[in-house]
Ligand binder design. Structure first.
Ligand code: PEP
Ligand code: MG
Length: 581
């Protein structure tokens, strides 16, 4: 059986399929006989023991890996497990109301929610996230079979076949055991795809019903280059895949040798190539691929599976270490790009999260996590060239709101005599069309601009970046995209504010050449893409790329533009472009 999807991370991997499905577990209310009380209490105690062991194991693993800031998060969760308000209360409910353990836990959860809602302190109120996480874990251990596999403790190595993989699940997953990732949903700018590329793990997304159609444990081959997943391949087919895998390995090691080559076009134009990073450990990968710094650190991945805001100290530590690893290059940290769900888990979600309360739009209602992050960023910046990136601004008003918050935080640090960097660079992520079209108004407020094409394309073309059913309409080379980029580049140049591109298009050699042709001189991408983009740049003249890019601006369709680029710039098809256009 061959399933077709979108190849989002190139290469071939084969192994046993591990299927992950997520279902909201129903909670039943069962009346129990007096003689069953003891059994229910013991079931609850066993689930708490199991939860404790899991949390301890996660914590130990993170500490072992040197991920100490994340490890601390689980101390709070372990403490909650010991809290008499939780366990003793639930046991009392089992005894008094004669109900099963699941229902007792649910009742206690409701009582505690009511209590948390009464807190006036925003910080305390937000600890509800932790509570939900801990309760959810006990509930899962109650209803699931004992020793059920968790993301961090899976038998491996395996090919992960999941309906979907949330950023928090990705954070908990033990990636060392993952040979390849295949998901039912998603397209190339989907966050799981981005992570797979960062890790150099072959991946195919948008497979529709892979989780239902692939028998658990069957041998599968994920071909991230062609966008295919083959179930139980024949012997000769497997041989062919193995030969291709070997060829890929040789090509990869050849490209790795170009690490020290400068990213300069044939006519001497230098383009700075930086890395997009989700997890602090990936800084090492970025350095290995020769990245000149981090152009985008998606800081919200620090929230991990527990969806817990890291403390100020933990953040200072992470940002400082990133700076040390990338020295002398800059590290660009994007402020929390989270949705409403992170602030109020379990609460009503936005009807359309992509257009709802997200990132800085959450500041008026819940400024604390943003304040803490800005404090940490300002403090960490004394250790090196740290740059703060503001995501998702749609215009001057919300950009000013963030800049005001930054000033407020600086004033507090001054009052407290805490060391921080006064002149830290602040940039704006141009990813909302209204911002990309008003660069002349926004540029004077910031030190740098970076175009987030992943979202910009989704909003310009009204195509959900995570929906495989419309991924054919997600066209990075659409005339509207090129025109928007062109005018943004010109407007930034007119104000002498540097502009880079940090969306996934920058990782596609062909698109990267158009960007350079339009005048972009800095690109940030998934680390593994750097050698190929560099090779493409070193093979062209910037003046030729400019002519071709300008010619493309007057073409009518993405297909015409792509054909022209291939003909004129002679770049072999890249995975991202081939999957989408
Ligand atoms: C973007 O939108 O292009 C971007 C860089 O950010 P993300 O992919 O995290 O939304
Ligand atoms: Mg974005």
């Amino acid at each position: 059986m061959i399933l077709k999807g979108t190849g989002v991370s190139p290469g071939i991997a084969m192994g046993q399929a591990l299927i992950m499905e997520r279902e909201a577990a129903p909670v039943f209310r069962l009346a129990i006989a007096a003689g069953q009380v003891g059994r229910e209490v013991e079931r609850l105690a066993a689930a708490v023991r199991e939860s404790r062991a899991q949390l301890q194991a996660i914590k130990d693993r993170l500490s072992r890996e040197g991920n100490v800031p994340h490890a601390y998060i689980f101390d709070a969760h372990l403490l909650m497990l010991e809290d008499p308000l939780l366990l003793d209360r639930a046991v009392a409910v089992i005894r008094e109301e004669r109900v099963n353990a699941e229902w007792a836990l649910r009742e206690v959860s409701e009582q505690l929610h009511a209590l948390f809602d009464e807190f006036t302190d925003a910080y305390l109120r937000e600890r509800r996230t932790d509570l939900d996480d801990v309760l959810g874990r006990i509930q899962l251990n109650l209803t699931g079979s004992p020793g059920a596999p968790s993301l961090a403790r899976l038998p491996g190595p395996f090919v992960l076949v999941a309906e979907d993989l949330t950023p928090s699940e990705a954070a908990e997953l033990d990636w060392e055991r993952v040979l390849a990732v295949a998901t039912d949903v998603g397209s190339s700018t989907y966050h799981t795809a981005i992570i797979a590329r960062s890790r150099g793990i072959p991946s195919v997304v948008g497979l529709a019903e892979a989780t239902r159609r692939i028998p658990a444990g069957s041998l599968v081959v994920v071909d991230g280059t062609r966008g295919e997943l083959v179930v139980d391949p024949s012997g000769p087919a497997l041989e062919t895949f193995r030969a291709e895998q070997e060829r890929d390995r040789r090509e990869e090691s050849r490209l790795q040798q170009t690490r020290a080559d400068p990213a300069v076009t044939r006519d001497g134009v230098t383009v700075t190539l930086r890395a997009n990073v989700e997890f602090p450990e990936e800084a090492a990968t970025a350095a290995r691929y020769g990245a000149a710094g981090i152009g985008l650190f998606r800081s919200e991945y620090l929230l991990g599976r527990a969806r817990q805001w890291p403390t100020e100290e933990q953040q200072v530590d992470v940002y400082r270490r990133l700076l040390e690893q990338m020295r002398p290059h800059p590290v660009t940290v994007r402020m929390w790009d989270v949705g409403r769900e992170e602030l109020a888990p379990g609460g009503p979600s936005s009807p359309n999260p992509a257009l709802g309360e997200r990132a800085l739009r959450l500041i008026p209602r819940s400024p604390e996590p943003f304040r803490v992050q800005l404090r940490a960023l300002l403090r960490a910046a004394v250790h090196g060239p740290l740059r703060i990136l503001v995501p998702f601004a749609s215009g001057l008003a919300d950009l000013r709101m963030v800049l005001d918050l930054l000033e407020e935080v600086k004033n507090v640090l001054r009052r407290e005599s805490v060391a921080f960097r006064e002149d830290v660079a602040v940039g704006l992520n141009l990813e909302v069309p209204s911002a990309a079209l008003t660069v002349d108004l926004l540029a004077p407020q910031v030190d740098f601009l970076t175009v987030g094409t992943n979202d910009l394309i989704q909003y310009l073309l009204a195509v959900d970046r995570a929906d495989p059913r419309v991924s054919g309409l997600y066209q990075p080379l659409h005339p509207a995209v090129l025109r928007t980029l062109d005018q943004a580049v010109r407007a930034a140049a007119a104000q002498a504010v540097p502009l880079s591109v940090c969306g996934e298009v920058a990782a596609d050699p062909l698109a990267a050449l158009v960007l350079v042709g339009l005048g972009v001189r800095e690109l940030s991408m998934t680390p593994g893409a750097i050698p190929r983009v560099k090779a493409a740049l070193r093979a062209v003249r910037a003046d030729r790329a400019r002519e071709v890019a300008y010619a493309c601006l007057s073409l009518s369709t993405a297909a015409e533009i792509e054909a022209t680029l291939r003909r004129e710039l002679a770049v072999a098809p890249a995975v991202v472009a081939a999957g989408e256009e």
